[in-house]
Design a protein around this ligand. Structure first.
Ligand SMILES: [Zn+2]
Length: 424
């Protein structure tokens, strides 16, 4: 379908093309920067041949930002106005990443805002202590909450030889539920691979043409909750669906070329991770997840279905402890915690094993303030969708708002009217 060819649109199209080329050039200095690209291969080759330095790229990004500022904003088309705003904000984020590559040291807070357009709230140890005390009330046995949690969880590991059956069942369920609510382009698909020695637990690599490669890291024991979490987060209605809709609606239908590149360290990642996490609740409203797991996944994994309810009561509470990852990253990146202290913080407040906390700090080494995108992203997405009537009592409205959000160029700061820092 042809796109609108007003003069402002044509200028935006040019700026968008320059942004994609800039992102590809930054990717040559930063191997994690470009997460997915399915635009012209020629542009990738040109970026390599040009051999621009970081200083060159900062200068062109600043120039491009100025050029964008001179393009008149659309007054009557909200999507076009969002596109313009989104491009400018992504350019500012690219400049910040380039400055980091040049050696500029941002604080955790500055970096989170510069790259992801959001302010992570501060959670003190008192907050986590309170959550741990609540959790203690749910866990059987004697000993510390951490010991009881570890012992409780040990009964819910998916045996290695049942992993694929359990994951395939979780994927089928998530896919069926998503396809009933969202029209996806024909032929959308992904391949699943089990890998080791990675700093993450799962990853979606979008390949274009509605196709993804999803990898699951089997370094550490995989607990039963990860089946639906990963199937929904990486696949349906998470990253695979998000990328597929952006490709179909924005990159192809509107021919907005900037959506042929997915920059990992950009505001888009807060929306991506936030919707991937919140998507689990959208796909399984109320008690539907527990019912599905009791009837299907627990028996497939050889686990006791009678324990499903308690397992998910505990899981809900430990979900809040995810904010402990931000505090570990804040302390570690701001230099107020050593690596060992950050690992210990995660063991104490996120109830991680020593091995998992070491994996998480390795994740922070590479991805830094990216950790905010999971928990803060999820909360901002929930607030946005619920404020628009997509509450758990209105599942079809919730799907509709969710679908609209993952098909539009919306920025994190526009998800909430309260983007300022707060202390909890
Ligand atoms: Zn993710």
């Amino acid at each position: 379908m042809a796109s609108d060819t007003s003069p402002a649109t044509s200028l935006l199209d040019h700026a968008a093309e320059a942004y994609v080329k800039l992102a590809l050039a930054i990717g040559l200095h930063d191997p994690d920067y470009v997460d997915a690209y399915f635009g012209p291969q020629l542009w990738r080759d040109e970026a390599k041949a040009a051999g621009q330095t970081i200083q060159d790229l900062i200068a062109s990004a600043r120039q491009l930002l100025q050029d964008l500022g001179r393009i008149p904003r659309s007054q009557d088309d909200e999507t076009l106005a969002l596109r313009h705003q989104c491009l400018s904000r992504h350019l500012r984020s690219a400049i910040a990443r380039l400055e980091m590559l040049e050696g500029h040291a941002f604080t955790f807070e500055e970096e989170a805002f510069a790259l992801y357009d959001a302010y992570p709230p501060v959670y003190t140890s008192a907050f986590f202590e309170e959550m741990l005390a609540k959790l203690g009330g749910l866990l059987p046995g004697t000993g510390s909450v951490a010991q009881r949690y570890k012992s409780f969880r040990s009964h819910f590991v998916i045996p290695r030889d049942k992993l694929d059956d359990v994951f395939q069942a979780a994927i089928r369920e998530c896919r069926d539920r998503t396809r009933k609510a969202i029209a996806l382009p024909g032929g959308d698909q992904f391949t699943l691979e089990y890998v080791t020695d990675k700093p993450w637990s799962g990853y979606n690599w979008f390949k274009g043409s509605s196709t993804s490669l999803i990898q699951i890291n089997t370094d550490l024991p995989i607990y039963i909750d990860r089946a639906v979490d990963l199937a929904a987060h990486e696949g349906y209605p998470g990253h695979h669906v998000y990328n597929t809709l952006l490709e179909a609606h924005l990159a192809r239908e509107k021919q907005w070329i900037e959506f042929t590149v997915y920059v990992l360290f950009s505001p888009q990642s807060l929306i991506a991770e936030g919707t991937a996490n919140f998507g689990i609740e959208v796909a399984f409203p109320g008690e539907e997840r527990t019912s599905f797991e009791r009837a299907t996944l627990f028996p497939l994994a050889g686990l006791d279905p009678a324990e499903t309810q308690r397992y998910y009561d505990v899981h809900r509470l430990t979900g809040v402890l995810n904010y402990a990852h931000n505090e570990a990253a804040r302390g570690y990146l701001n230099g107020t915690m050593s690596r060992k202290q950050a690992e210990e913080w995660l063991v104490t407040y996120a109830l991680m094993s020593a091995e998992r906390s070491a994996q998480r700090v390795r994740f922070i080494d590479v991805y830094r303030s990216y950790v905010i995108n999971y928990n803060l992203g999820q909360d901002l997405v929930r607030q946005y969708i619920e404020a628009r009537g997509g509450t758990s009592d209105h599942p079809s409205r919730r799907w509709e708002e969710f679908r609209n959000l993952i098909s539009s160029p919306r920025l994190p700061s526009s998800l909430t009217s309260l983007p300022s820092p707060k202390r909890v």
